[in-house]
Design a protein around this ligand. Structure first.
Ligand code: AMP
Length: 420
């Protein structure tokens, strides 16, 4: 037997209803906030990600699925959506629209990571971007919308919003140097991974999850004290808007995020309910990235939600039921099947879910099947019923039966909807 590749997973029918619920809720919340969907390809030129995510990031250095196509071009399965979305934004001239341009997209992402619970090699993200607006209210509004989405899913009380500012090109380089020097002086006390990052990407060292490194790293110089005046002012305003909205959040000075392009605001939504994989969503501001990818010098801001983790959080207690048929139509023989097939279609075309036996099983077996599937009514049509032009409608809970004219059956089935 050929099995699925390590780190990828099937979404089976029992789980798909929860996915649909998350997706439908997200679309509803996003569209009331003025976001419109954009659908993007799952592979791009490798250089787009190298430039858009950053050469020294873990993603670009060791996690990309990169291949040559038959023409010898280097292509990569997207590890995240922002770079693709900005590529499309620039390529199609979407930046001429009134600002901010609000876009979202959903779909699979690919990273060669070590698989574990909540971490996959193919996983799904909902990616949201607000483009072309520098105002700090955009940062706050995005976070408010993110929390609103989880409120609508009734998960907000299991999540914490963490916020930080990581400065910009004016203040971060000096901080970066100071931090690298501080870390170099203490390299002996850090894990191997941290030591490897001191020169390449010292801010990422702050993010180390190794418990042996944490106490020392918690005493590292904080970027908060190194922000330039415009960055400090921006961050203060973001916090003021969040405070005014009553949103609860914590400032986490070690929240630096894995991607290279962030400036100023970074944020994450975390949970203690998923073990080591505690981040459910993350995002921030990336002014300058659009220009870096060949577009106009515009601001950018956004976040991505990991949908597997949302579905995991929803779990069983809120398992979402798939639509269950209101009735099982049971023809007893070929003539009854021929009569019931179009009637089943007529009911379905009115949005009523019905199931149909094909006359191949005995009545008793069909009734057992209706019970197993939790279907509330059976509609039985045999030769006798056909002669009378009727169907027998049987309640599976009480066993009561009554006759219904066959040509009234679609109306009758519509009326059964919503009854136990
Ligand atoms: P990132 O693009 O790394 O900021 O990730 C945004 C969100 O995507 C995270 O908060 C996770 O919820 C989710 N995520 C990232 N990597 C994975 C993965 N390998 N498997 C499942 N979810 C992931």
């Amino acid at each position: 037997m050929i099995k699925a590749v390590r780190g990828v997973h099937d979404i089976l029918p029992a789980e798909a209803a929860a996915w649909q619920h998350v997706e439908a809720t997200a679309r509803q919340v996003l569209e009331t906030h003025g976001y419109r969907e954009i659908r993007l390809p799952i592979f791009e030129r490798t250089e787009l990600f190298a430039r858009g995510i950053g050469e020294v990031t873990d993603i670009v250095q060791k996690e990309m699925y990169t291949f040559e196509d038959r023409a010898g071009d280097s292509l990569t399965l997207r590890p995240e959506a922002t770079a693709s979305l900005l590529r499309a934004y620039i390529e199609h001239g979407l930046h001429v629209q009134p600002k901010p341009v609000r876009l979202y997209t959903m779909g699979p992402m690919f990273r060669y990571e070590r698989p574990q619970a909540g971490r996959y090699r193919q996983f799904h993200q909902l990616d949201v971007e607000a483009l072309g607006e520098e105002h700090p209210a955009v940062d706050a509004e995005l976070m408010m919308m993110l929390v609103e989405l989880f409120r609508a899913l009734r998960l907000a009380d299991r999540l914490q919003l963490e916020v930080n500012s990581i400065g910009d090109a004016a203040c971060r380089p000096a901080y970066r140097e100071r931090l690298a020097a501080w870390l170099r002086a203490r390299a002996g006390e850090l894990c191997e991974e941290c030591r490897g990052r001191i020169d390449r990407n010292p801010l990422r060292v702050l993010d180390c999850k190794n418990p042996a490194c944490r106490p020392l790293l918690d005493t590292a110089p904080a970027i908060r004290d190194a922000l330039c005046a415009p960055c400090a002012e921006h961050f203060a305003r973001v916090q003021r808007y969040l405070d005014a909205s009553g949103l609860s959040y914590v400032v986490n000075p070690r929240l630096v995020r894995g991607l290279d392009y962030y400036v100023r605001t970074t944020f994450e939504l975390t949970t203690t309910d998923l073990g080591a994989q505690n981040a459910v969503a993350g995002g921030g501001r990336y002014d300058g990235l659009i220009e870096h990818l060949g577009g106009p010098p515009e601001a950018g801001n956004g976040f991505a939600i990991g949908l597997e983790r949302v579905v995991l959080l929803l779990g069983r207690q809120q398992a979402v039921e798939a639509a269950r048929p209101v009735a099982l139509l049971i023809p007893l023989g070929e003539a009854a099947l021929t009569r019931l097939l179009p009637l089943a279609e007529a009911a379905r075309s009115r949005g009523v879910a019905v199931d149909l036996g094909y006359g191949a099983r005995r009545l008793r077996a069909e009734l057992e099947r209706a019970n197993k599937l939790g279907i509330g009514h059976a509609v039985i049509v045999g030769d006798e019923e056909l002669t009378r032009g009727e169907a027998t409608v049987r309640s599976m809970t009480t066993g009561q039966q009554r006759g219904v004219p066959l040509d009234k059956l679609p109306d009758e089935l519509a009326a059964l909807r919503g009854q136990p």
